[in-house]
Ligand binder design. Sequence first.
Ligand code: SF4
Length: 258
Amino acid sequence: MSEAGDADRITERADLMGDAAARALIAEKLWALDPQRLLRFAVEDLFPGGIALVSSFGADSAVLLHMAAQIDRALPVLFIDTGVLFPETLAYRDRLVERLGLADVRDVGPDPDALAREDPETFLWSSDADRCCALRKVAPLERALGGFSAWISGRKRFQAATRAALPLFELDEGRVKVNPLANWSAAQISAYLDAHALPRHELVAQGYPSIGCVPCTSKVRPGEDARAGRWRGRAKTECGLHLRADAEPAPQNAPAAR
Ligand code: SF4
């Protein structure tokens, strides 16, 4: 039974139901799909030709990239190279591209003129981290997403208290953001990497379960959130790519992370 067929049946039933009931039914159906089936549904049925995967090539990125490669190796993958990433991340990107046969990985970077004007000493992260993220991440991604109506993110609920209610689908500035791994646990991520013999990012074994830019990433201590090492000591918890989301509340029937 295809997801598209399911969607048609749900739509037919939704005509006979009130909005709230229809939304709950659709949510229940989507939460029941495993991440790869949800990803296939989004890529092939919901947004054919109009969706991109945004990947940091960070600690868990191989999972979603591997799932995507099974569906379509030519799916556009947007990689934001802020100019201050760990060299291990750039090496990991190259390794995964070759291993998975990804055919359309696009490096997205900040505008050189804006960098020269606003951050000539590469020190903006210290004086105004929000502006630095806007310059090095948000603006480049916004440019790269032009022409796409949806994008895929690898965020998960277990990563931080601030992501505990992460939904499968969000609306963000007129685009749909899909989070296929929202409900997966750290153990499931690890098991998937093992099952498919996927290489790990080198820095994970050195104590970095979440990896961003060099100036804003530190090691995580036992018992801390996976993202505790990002912008440590500051109130900032997100880079700005995920702050504007007009998130739908998680459905009551969403299963807890296993
Ligand atoms: S994570 Fe830090 S260095 Fe990277 S763009 Fe944001 S503020 Fe700048």
